[in-house]
Design a protein around this ligand. Structure first.
Ligand SMILES: C[S@@+](CC[C@H](N)C(=O)[O-])C[C@H]1O[C@@H](n2cnc3c(N)ncnc32)[C@H](O)[C@@H]1O
Length: 395
């Protein structure tokens, strides 16, 4: 067994053993869906008044359920850095990064620092090709950037001309195989934050094209056409886990980083939705979740009752509003909101492991096809939470 396979098996067994804690539909049930299987943990959650995000909360969770401790090892992986492959020009000229936000530019620099030197590069799903631009500037070797949005290709081309760097663009849909020809001639393929199927496709097409080296930072694993996750590697294909798109979303779901106003609105909306859900279950005398369409955020300021009236109209339930009043259900919405925060705090324990599992699947697939593969973080989490890099060289 390779080191990747061993690590994968450990994660897989652990994730499978605790699917109840992370693989459930948040809105489906009124009560804690795993109460009967983890009674002590459920009791502890009930006893917590505040939203649980503190270190002390997780310490106590680990004491109640020692088998959840693996997540602590996974937390150490948050810092497992890949070695750098080059030193960038000190004091890069500011004209190179005009109109690129500071954090994005820092991510790009970190990515390039971890990219091996090559005769030429292919930039997959390039956007305006900022990553390729820095590679071309640093190496003076050709960079061919592929991108599906024509306007981004044009903007990138203009920028390359302005900077007199050897970067060209092709307007292509990589999901339709339109990148294959460029890939066939590429020495090193790079992809920064290529979503779901886009980076999967790169991995599969690069294996078929025998591309010499690959540097990929995957993201948005849930952006895929498949209803259920299709593992790439033979090892992951043996896994007993069945991952839905909602589960793949957990792999990239971070604790809220939105601004205070945005967070307050999100909390208000969720509370109203949960309150309305409790109302409709009582009014319809049917214990099922009923999805309600999205609402303009400024309408939330009109209060819970107005929200419920609107939602009842959307769902054709206005006949029931005179029989069951809305007023008591706002408090139920608030307490369900608190409960969901606590359940999500537990499912968050599995997030790093799930993402690592997905990264390992990609790494093992490349290994199975004759690549030497390294995985690790290419930058601090503060620059981007999607900071895994898969670096592979054909042996
Ligand atoms: C998340 S962005 C990443 C852009 C760039 N690599 C970066 O990090 O700034 C994904 C890019 O993929 C492009 N894209 C989406 N679908 C594509 C397809 N089928 N073929 C090629 N590019 C695609 C999008 O237009 C977008 O620019």
């Amino acid at each position: 067994m390779t080191a990747f396979q061993q690590h994968f098996q450990a994660l897989d067994t652990w994730l499978k053993a605790h699917t109840r804690l992370w693989q459930f539909d948040t809105f489906a049930q009124l009560d804690n869906p795993w109460r009967d299987h983890y009674p002590a943990l459920a009791e502890y959650l009930t006893s917590q008044v505040e939203q649980p995000i503190e270190e002390a909360f997780y310490d106590e969770v680990g004491r109640i359920c020692p088998e959840l401790q693996l997540s602590i090892n996974e937390r150490n992986y948050e810092n497992s850095r890949l070695s750098e492959k080059r030193t960038l020009t000190i004091d890069l000229p500011s004209y190179l990064s005009t109109a690129i936000k500071g954090r994005k530019w820092a991510q790009i620099q970190a990515f390039v620092a971890h990219t091996p030197h090559a005769n030429n590069y292919l930039e997959w799903c390039a956007g305006k090709g900022h990553l390729g631009k820095l590679l071309a500037f640093e190496d003076h070797h050709p960079v061919h950037s592929l991108e599906w949005q024509k306007s981004l290709c044009e903007a990138g081309e203009q920028e390359a001309k302005r900077l007199k760097i050897p970067q060209t663009f092709t307007h292509a849909d990589v999901l339709k195989g339109e990148g294959q020809e460029v890939l066939a001639n590429a020495h090193c393929a790079v992809a920064l934050h290529a979503c779901g199927d886009l980076h999967r496709e790169l991995i599969k097409q690069a294996v078929a094209a025998h591309t010499a080296s690959l540097c990929i930072s995957p993201c948005c694993y849930h952006l895929t056409q498949d209803e259920y996750y299709l593992p790439l590697s033979q090892t992951a294909q043996q896994s007993a886990l069945t991952l839905r798109q909602a589960d793949l979303k957990l792999a990239v779901k971070e604790v809220a980083t939105a601004g205070a106003r945005e967070q307050r609105l999100k909390q208000l909306e969720l509370t109203y939705r949960l309150g309305f859900d409790a109302w409709q279950r009582t009014a319809r005398q049917q214990d099922d979740y009923l999805p309600v369409p999205s609402i303009q955020k400024n309408r939330l300021n009109q209060g819970f009752q107005t929200f419920c009236q609107w939602a009842a109209e959307q769902k054709g339930l206005t006949d029931l509003t005179s029989k069951t009043a809305f007023e008591n259900f706002e408090a139920i919405g608030q307490s369900r909101y608190q409960q969901i925060q606590k359940l999500e705090a537990i499912s968050q324990l599995f997030r790093p492991a799930l993402e690592h599992w997905l990264v390992l699947d990609r790494a093992m697939y490349l290994e199975e096809h004759g690549y030497h593969v390294e995985i690790g973080k290419f930058c601090e989490k503060s620059l981007t939470p999607r900071n895994w890099m898969i670096r592979a060289t054909r042996t």
